[in-house]
Unconditional design. Structure first.
Length: 170
């Protein structure tokens, strides 16, 4: 090979390397560009999601604040009603207990309690028990319900007079 041939081969090889470099450089630049663009797009999507989440939180706070403002008078009135209901419940419970005690005293005096009064006692007891479930009247209830519903018949006892003879000392 002569120097001319070597120059031609070197020129051809240089051209081939130049062409490959030119195509390779473009490919590499395209890859860098695409990566940068994809990263920017991903960051924008993440930022968009973060903005949407932030906006949703801000909107939720605004709605909650508005609801709190509008509902606070209603809530305070409900609280007052709840306190009043506790007082009314306690009053009804006391009244029911008084009625139960009166019926119990009546039964104790008479020695019996009519069927009607037993029904009244049971209905009052159930209302009383449901108000507090305190069990104070349980034993009284059992005793009252076990009582007779009619006046007990008294057996007449005959008294025999016995003559007592005193013997005097003679």
């Amino acid at each position: 090979m002569d120097s001319e041939a070597i120059k031609t081969v070197v020129t051809i090889i240089s051209c081939i390397i130049s062409l490959l470099s030119l195509f390779g450089f473009g490919t590499i630049m395209t890859m860098f560009w695409k990566d940068k663009h994809d990263k920017k797009k991903k960051d924008m999507e993440e930022n968009s999601q973060l903005r949407e989440e932030h906006d949703a939180q801000v909107l939720a706070k605004i709605v909650n604040d508005a609801l709190d403002l509008k509902l606070s008078p209603i809530i305070s009135k409900l609280d007052m009603l709840e306190e009043d209901m506790v007082k009314v419940k306690k009053g009804v419970q006391v009244s029911n207990r008084t009625d139960l005690e009166e019926l119990s005293e009546k039964a104790d005096k008479q020695g019996f309690l009519s069927a009607y009064d037993k029904q009244r006692f049971e209905a009052t007891y159930q209302a009383y028990h449901n108000l507090g479930r305190n069990g104070i009247m349980d034993a009284t209830r059992e005793r009252i319900l076990a009582m007779s519903e009619s006046k007990p018949v008294k057996k007449k006892t005959t008294t025999t007079k016995k003559k007592v003879v005193l013997l005097e000392d003679k």
